[in-house]
Design a protein around this ligand. Structure first.
Ligand code: ADP
Ligand code: TRP
Length: 327
């Protein structure tokens, strides 16, 4: 079974990425032939700053390795090390009706959030479909916001196969985690592009600042019951805490009129982040030093991924009536 997913290097990785995607990616590397990549071409839709893109790309790589990605099990690479993906993108775009991309909600959401539209942002789902289809992926573990993109990949695979009367492209399925839509500090979906994240490798003051930015209501716990179900801080706390600890805090919210307030929840979130991510943070720092294994891992991953990609592109070229790729 081919498992595949990608993450954009467009900012520091955050709890939404971890609980929506990365945690599943690491678990699934044990269960199939996993391909994971850093979607740097996708990041170009919003990030035009070469040193920053380079740095963020290394940081995403270091993050995965620090958290336990095993290069002996999973093929790990940079998207841009496989430029063949643009060939497939073009072939797919030529069998894609305009309406398919016009209906994509992530484009509309990003524009609504003030991101300046460009053609790359609009055609982004076609590139993502090519990412998935070029490796013959069966399973794509992602967060909720990416589901529509996988459905588009399913459509485009069918359109290509139908247009050329072949069965070259494999239909992918998505896989959601138990927490596919982690809220940000403002209660909207946590996202790098929305400036509402808690980066899981933040530390000290920066971590405190991010957690303290969680918006809560202004209820006075001395006078009225607090509601764990509607509380953003509680939702973030619940990502980590075991059931007993969740039940205990929920009860204090509802019944303890001496409860000091949401600061307690925030303080606990900071402790839980430190406990969970502290050791990996040290490995992350080491991996970012020059001479670490990071570059070699990405190079070996790119070689393997590119071989698979070329085979698919050759078959698609043949199906469409294009000549074979010159090597
Ligand atoms: P961002 O939205 O912060 O730019 P990406 O788009 O790079 O993050 O997402 C990388 C992976 O993390 C995707 O699989 C995506 O679905 C998942 N993801 C991102 N934000 C969240 C969230 N708030 N909750 C759950 N999963 C998320
Ligand atoms: N668009 C995805 C995101 O923003 C990243 C991505 C690019 C991806 N190509 C992919 C995810 C292919 C899964 C499969 O999160």
């Amino acid at each position: 079974m081919r498992i595949l997913s990608g993450v954009q290097p467009s900012g520091e990785l955050h709890l939404g990425n971890y609980f929506g995607a990365i945690q599943q990616h690491l678990a699934l590397q044990e269960q199939g032939d996993a391909f994971y990549f850093i979607a740097d071409y996708h990041a170009l839709t919003t990030l035009h700053d070469a040193p920053r893109l380079r740095q963020l790309t290394r940081e995403v790589a270091a993050t995965y390795l620090a958290l336990g990605l095993d290069p002996a099990k999973a093929t790990f690479f940079r998207q841009s090390d496989v430029p063949e993906v643009h060939e497939l993108t073009w072939m797919l775009e030529c069998v894609t009706g305009m309406g398919v991309l016009q209906r994509a909600t992530s484009y509309k959401d990003k524009i609504a959030r003030g991101i300046k539209p460009n053609v790359g942002l609009f055609t982004y789902p076609a590139l993502m479909a090519a990412d998935i289809l070029i490796y013959g992926s069966n399973l794509v573990p992602v967060g909720q916001d990416q589901v529509q993109h996988i459905e588009i990949a399913q459509d485009l695979a069918a359109s290509f196969n139908h247009a050329f009367g072949v069965e070259v492209l494999v239909r992918p399925e998505f896989r959601l985690s138990a927490t596919p839509k982690v809220p940000g500090v403002d209660g909207q979906k946590m996202s790098k592009s929305y400036g509402n994240t808690i980066p899981f490798f933040a530390r000290g003051k920066a971590l405190k600042r991010a957690v303290n930015a969680i918006v809560t209501d202004s209820k006075d716990p001395k006078r009225e019951a607090l509601d764990p179900d509607g509380c953003n801080a509680f939702a973030i706390f619940a990502l980590f805490a075991d059931e007993a600890e969740q039940a205990e805090l929920a009860q204090r919210y509802r019944e303890d009129r001496t409860f000091p307030g949401y600061g307690v929840t925030k303080k606990r979130i900071i402790e839980l982040i430190d406990e969970r991510f502290g050791p990996a943070r040290e490995r992350f720092d080491a991996l970012l030093q020059p001479g670490s294994e990071l570059d070699d891992v990405l190079l070996a991953g790119a070689r393997r991924a590119r071989e698979v990609a070329r085979e698919t592109v050759d078959r698609c070229r043949e199906a469409a009536g294009l000549g074979p790729m010159l090597r």
